[in-house]
Design a protein around this ligand. Sequence first.
Ligand SMILES: Cc1ncc(C[n+]2csc(CCOP(=O)(O)OP(=O)(O)O)c2C)c(N)n1
Length: 366
Amino acid sequence: MTRTRSSRKAAPPAAPQPAAGEPLQLLTPGGEVTDPARLPDPETQRRLYRLMRRARHFDERAWVLYRTGRMGVFPPYGGMEASQVGTAAALTHDDWLFPTYRDTGAALTYGLPIPQTIAYWRTSPHGWAMPENLKILPFYIPIATQYPHAVGAALAEARRGTPNVAMAFIGDGGSSEGDFHEALNFAGALNAPCVFILQNNGWAISVPTRAQTRAQDLSRRADGYGIPGVRVDGNDVLATYVVTREAVERARRGEGPTLIETVTYRVKPHTVADDPSRYRSADDTAGWDEKDPVRRLQAFLLAQGHLTEAEDAALIREVEAEFEAALAEADAYPEPTPAEIVDHVFAEPTPALRRQRAELLAEEGQ
Ligand SMILES: Cc1ncc(C[n+]2csc(CCOP(=O)(O)OP(=O)(O)O)c2C)c(N)n1
């Protein structure tokens, strides 16, 4: 009988492990400021709060629309707004954004119009092509492919001599893929002006981070490529913003890429069609509600007098009204036709696609 090694489920041997570094925090969940000198100014704080409210409202409405058959399958990000808003808010429209399916909050912050974002998650062709005036790529579904693409865009900017940067998002699961590592190595070797955001939300669908890698501090993956790695509290928008701005400025100065690990949590299911009670318990998620990023900044702004209760209520009403107007606009888009399924696949359609389009149009009787 052939002897095999014992079960793959055996606990890993107690090899020496670098301890996970403490994530940088500027505002604790209890409302304490750890380093007042690094805080962004009150106007920026209010801007970040509004952007987080906007992102959260989209996420909440997407659930309701899905349940009522008015939205497709959507990957929620509620609870991760600080990780997406604080990072994307550090960009301008001259910079690139490479989001994954999880990053609707980052795309909205960057400036993707809400009606088009709704159309995308309705799988409507009106949402497939990104606006010509924005340097944002469609939400990446294949894990990690966006990372090498972002390096390419960043290198193109550098060759043209612009100060523009490329920001790419990835999850903890994606950071175990080859594309992630190749991109970091490539970016480091070629000094690409890239900001890599690694959102460590604890889960890759049903696989907890601890089960898919023995690494405890994912920001240290940067060490292998000779680039700076920063670990930040992904539920503290003031910290994610400050850290990302520093990385963006470094890249603009020609000092190369940075990896930022935002330590956060996927409190929501993987998608609105997922049932996480099948693979995780209440113990797994315990404590994360108290770390909610939107309520954390809200309490701070109110306590500091940077926002009044009345202003807060008015801001929330504005955000809600903006969404409803955008929804009405998305509802008014014409119904897609079958032939549109081959549109936006390539800039120049291939002969096969042209043929398929003609066949579909003929079937439609056009
Ligand atoms: C190349 C590739 N392999 C597998 C999948 C299937 N898949 C979809 S989401 C997912 C988990 C990704 O987890 P993570 O990177 O942590 O991102 P999160 O969903 O938590 O944002 C996987 C494996 C895929 N989309 N692409």
